[in-house]
Design a protein around this ligand. Structure first.
Ligand SMILES: [Zn+2]
Length: 531
């Protein structure tokens, strides 16, 4: 037994027996003593000592002699009434003789926390410091002691959490000073666990000057240490079990520690940057409160699969609104960590010019089935590239200035054809050899010559956001290069399927083209166009 009995006087046993006799014999006599049980139990029991384990295993039992019984009675009577709803397991019936008639006290257990409580003859459910109670039940020796002062429980989410270890001063039944020293090894109490759906952890009745340590239970790393009042600096991650340990000391030199586990199951917050867009625009899906291993599922009511990147506890994805989309209402379904949300957003078709184009000579010759196949085989797989970073900085810039000969989204009829093609980029005409710069920082996915698009560069800016540059005279960067915003990447030319010196400049999210001008206008929400 590790419970220390610091005071041992000769003849104390006799002395205590006399006191016990007096307590048991008479209510009026007992009331004169230091210990006046609130409920005034006077209990006698037959039988031999039993531990809490055998009580639990046998489901009923007897508590031995009057001394221990009295201690229990005092413990119970000085206990606090607890919520009966949670004490659902009846693990033992304790038989007592009460005023010459048989009385039963039921030992109950909280199935969730493992805490013990007693239901007395009047139906009250009372509990006491768990370590002390279990100690009494387990004790093979009779300790005619009762610690009149034990660490008060703290309250976590309105549930009482007893001290786990303590070194506390109290007094014996005879009023002798005593010291109780319970360590973690004395009694293996289950650690109370709490699951919260927000970060509003409510802890009450914490002694002043309590020190708090928060440990990630899985990694065993301390994530916070300090005063409880400084807890504001601690931001829990969802689904991580945190062990909270409070260490307290009072003015009398009593020390106690409390611990419990809190797991935050925080519903991720879903949001979208825009719920109304013009075609050619884009918006961002945000999921805040994402845990590292959370799976994300996302579907749109049109053919595009958003790609999410993760930054700390946030996941985000770009959604392009192609110039080919029709006006109307569209929907987005997103789920994460078992939670889901559906958004609806409106799209209005922007107004696009109609253009008739005549191409002849070398330019026309370039638009062959073979040239198209080469372009598709080379570029389409690269359009699927999605780096899980954001390389670009601030607004995009126009890569070269000149005359906008064909804007974005234009309906184009070539050489009198009946079916219009759509212009997915912007044509900027200017003198051959004019410098072309990168519209923003990124990684060069392709730099090379293709029969259809001539000298071509494709840059990944992160999150699957791409810029594409065609028909260049010369190339100044290579595939795999990392380029800075405004860095020279090539010069204006008329290579490939082209009618004259110009840059075909195109912006894409994945393989879907968007209006590149929107990315130059911060007022448009940076990535997005809305009015
Ligand atoms: Zn073009």
């Amino acid at each position: 037994m590790r419970m220390e009995e610091r005071v041992r006087g000769r003849g104390w046993f006799t002395f205590v027996c006399v006191i016990l006799f007096l307590i048991i014999a008479s209510v009026t006599t007992a009331s004169m003593f230091l210990f006046v049980p609130k409920n005034n139990y006077q209990l006698k029991a037959p039988g031999n000592g039993i531990g809490v384990e055998s009580l639990i295993n046998n489901e009923q039992g007897w508590i031995d002699g009057s001394t221990k019984l009295t201690l229990l009675a005092v413990a119970i009577s000085r206990g606090r009434e607890v919520d009966t709803d949670t004490y659902t397991e009846q693990i033992a019936i304790l038989h007592f003789t009460l005023d010459d008639s048989e009385a039963l006290i039921y030992l109950l257990r909280d199935s969730e926390t493992g805490n013990l409580a007693f239901r007395d003859t009047e139906g009250r459910v009372v509990s006491h410091n768990q370590k002390f109670l279990i100690y009494l039940l387990d004790s093979e020796q009779l300790y005619p002691l009762f610690c009149s002062t034990s660490p008060p429980p703290i309250k976590v989410m309105n549930r009482e959490v007893d001290a786990f270890t303590y070194d506390y001063r109290g007094s014996s039944l005879s009023g002798e000073p005593l010291r109780f020293n319970l360590t973690e090894e004395d009694i293996d109490l289950p650690t109370q666990r709490f699951t919260l759906e927000d970060t509003n952890l409510r802890i009450a009745d914490i002694p002043k000057a309590a020190r708090l340590r928060i440990t990630d239970e899985s990694s065993e790393e301390d994530v916070f240490s300090g005063r409880y009042s400084d807890i504001g600096s601690f931001e829990p991650i969802s689904h991580v079990p945190y062990l909270y340990t409070f260490e307290t000391a009072d003015a009398n030199g009593n020390i106690a520690s409390y611990h419990f586990v809190v797991e935050y199951h925080i519903k991720p917050t879903f949001s979208i940057s825009h719920d109304y867009l013009l075609t050619g625009g884009s918006f961002v899906i945000f999921i805040d409160g994402v845990k590292e291993n959370d799976t994300i599922d996302c579907h749109l009511s049109f053919d595009y699969k958003p790609f999410f990147i993760r930054m700390d506890n946030r996941a985000m994805a770009l959604v392009p609104i192609s110039h080919t989309m029709k006006s109307g209402e569209y929907s987005l379904y997103v789920s994460c960590a078992g939670y889901e949300e559906t958004f609806t957003f409106g799209v209005s078709e922007d107004s696009y010019e109609v253009q008739n184009l005549e191409i002849s000579g070398d330019g026309l010759a370039a638009n062959t089935a073979e040239a198209n196949r080469e372009y598709a085989n080379t570029m389409y797989p690269l359009f699927d590239s999605k780096d899980p970073y954001i390389y670009w900085e601030d607004a995009f810039i126009q890569p070269v200035s000149g005359t906008i000969t064909t804007p974005y989204g234009v309906y184009r009829y070539t050489n009198g054809s009946e079916n219009a093609t759509r212009h997915a980029g912007v044509d900027i005409a200017t003198a051959e050899g004019t410098a072309i710069v990168a519209a923003n920082t990124g990684r060069v996915l392709f730099s090379g010559y293709l029969e259809l698009s001539g000298n071509t560069i494709l840059i990944e800016h992160g999150m699957g956001l791409h810029t594409l540059y065609m028909h260049m005279d010369s190339l100044r960067v290579e595939t795999g290069d990392f380029v800075e915003k405004a860095q020279l990447i090539g010069t204006v030319g008329t290579t490939g399927y082209s009618t004259g010196p110009h840059l075909h400049y195109q912006m894409m999210i994945g393989d879907t083209s968007i209006n590149p001008w929107y990315a130059q206008d911060k007022r448009a929400g940076f990535f997005a166009a809305s009015d």
